[in-house]
Design a protein around this ligand. Structure first.
Ligand SMILES: [Zn+2]
Length: 266
């Protein structure tokens, strides 16, 4: 039972000092509460600490429920777990930096997580070069850390994105019954607050280049315009990447992303 608007017929000092007095909660009994001036000498008692705690807990539960609901809605649109189950232990806490470069990259990722939603964070981080496992660990670690702050994140491989888009084209009789459209896939990629694309440029042998370029460039461009950060890993150097995904995407990455050439220890 809530007890916030308990009206107590007590006058308080003319200088409107806040006074603490014994108050009574019908549920939790007596407590010392603060009195706040309300109207014409009438004051209201502050809430019972136990009621207050219960209300905060309930709010927390509502927030949690809403977060899980959003995650479920996003997952059904995406058609898969937002973060693959096998990656759920790749937290930032278990990441061990073995080189200066790894430590610097870790710091940048940590900064992205800590500042997320509070101040303007980086538009994106591009991890390039050898050492996919370490890159994956950092990127997924960021998603998991943000999940604790109830920020939705999506991990996907570049080939996975294209497979998903292609399935919506060819299979009207697929598991989704043709209900998931390529626009929905793209919508997920654009709307999710934090996105990881793993292995950009590894898809050339599977897909026609033009259509894949268009999907990635639309997703990256629109995420930039919405200020939704993205973490991308590519095994390629800039020229190879450009040959595969096109100069438009590489230009965007160079202009707006923080670049880390990893050469991580394998
Ligand atoms: Zn109470």
């Amino acid at each position: 039972m809530e007890n916030e608007k308990l009206v107590v017929p007590v006058r308080i000092d003319e200088d409107n000092e806040v006074v603490t007095v014994p108050l009574n909660c019908p549920v939790h009994g007596s407590y010392m509460g603060r009195l706040y001036p309300f109207l014409n000498g009438v004051v209201v008692g502050g809430p019972c600490p136990e009621c207050d705690r219960l209300r905060r807990e309930k709010n927390e539960q509502y927030r949690r429920a809403r977060f899980l609901f959003q995650a479920g809605a996003l997952e059904s649109l995406w058609g898969a777990r937002l973060i693959p189950e096998v990656m759920l232990d790749l937290t930032l806490e278990t990441f061990i930096s073995r080189t200066k470069r790894e430590a610097d990259t870790y710091k940048e990722i940590r900064q992205l997580v800590d500042a997320f939603g509070k101040q303007k964070v980086v538009m994106g981080i591009l991890l390039a070069g050898k050492g996919r496992k370490q890159a994956q660990h950092l990127a997924v670690g960021a998603l998991l850390a943000l999940q604790l702050k109830e920020i939705q994140g999506l991990y996907c491989s570049a080939t996975g994105i294209l497979d998903r888009v292609r399935r919506t084209w060819v299979a009207k009789d697929s598991a989704s019954g043709g209900k998931i459209r390529d626009d929905d896939v793209l919508r997920c990629l654009i709307d999710v607050p934090i996105l990881v694309i793993d292995g950009l440029g590894e898809h050339q042998s599977y897909h026609k280049r033009k259509s894949s370029q268009e999907i990635f460039s639309r997703a990256i461009e629109q995420r930039l315009s919405l200020n939704h950060p993205t973490i991308i890993y590519t095994p390629h150097d800039s020229e190879t990447l450009q040959a595969i995904v096109g100069s438009g995407i590489v230009e965007m990455l160079k202009s707006y992303y923080i670049l880390y050439i990893l050469n991580f220890v394998k």
